[in-house]
Design a protein around this ligand. Structure first.
Ligand code: FES
Length: 172
């Protein structure tokens, strides 16, 4: 008969006495040593750093109403989330609005919703226009239909650039 004296047997001896395999024993060791001996080491003193490198500007640098019928928002172009909008030919969907800096250097803001069946349109740098990728309707930068099947223009919003060029205001 196998008897185990309480307190006199080490954990490994005890586990082996139960007839467990080496891999099962390793699992026990890992659980008992808070994973540090098993290669799952996390030395980062700040494992959940703030994802926002610029917290003073309101998170992603966008504030105001970006959806619905009362579009009225500002975009901080110095915020790292938006600096790409300082480069001609780039665009971004913000809420219900497609904002682009055209290849000719003008900011435009249009409803992202195609007037055909409501899919999301996109800015095309090469053509300097707007296209819906679903049924290939095309729109000018003022929102006018260039090519159907869409029959109605995209809603265009007013874009104002601050004097320092760092803030865009988009309004219905
Ligand atoms: S939904 Fe845009 S072209 Fe059909």
């Amino acid at each position: 008969m196998n008897s185990i004296e309480k307190g006199s047997m080490k954990r490994g001896e005890f586990l082996r006495s139960l007839g467990l395999s080496t891999s099962t024993l390793m699992a026990f060791y890992c659980l008992g040593t808070t994973m540090t001996a098993c290669g799952s080491k996390n030395d980062d003193p700040n494992p959940n750093p703030d994802p926002d490198p610029n917290p003073g500007t309101g998170g992603n640098g966008i504030s105001g109403t970006t959806t619905g019928n009362n579009i009225n928002f500002t975009i901080d172009l110095t915020n790292s989330s938006n600096t790409d909008l300082k480069t001609a030919g780039n665009s971004k969907i913000i809420g219900d609005v497609l904002v682009a800096l055209s290849t000719t250097g003008n900011y435009v803001a249009l409803s992202k919703k195609c007037t055909h069946e409501g899919n999301t349109v996109g800015y095309r740098k090469a053509q300097n226009d707007i296209q819906c990728p679903v049924h290939l309707s095309e729109f000018t930068l003022t929102g006018a239909v260039k090519q159907g099947p869409a029959a109605s223009p995209l809603t265009a919003y007013t874009v104002t650039v601050s004097s320092d060029g760092n803030t865009l205001t988009v309004k219905a």
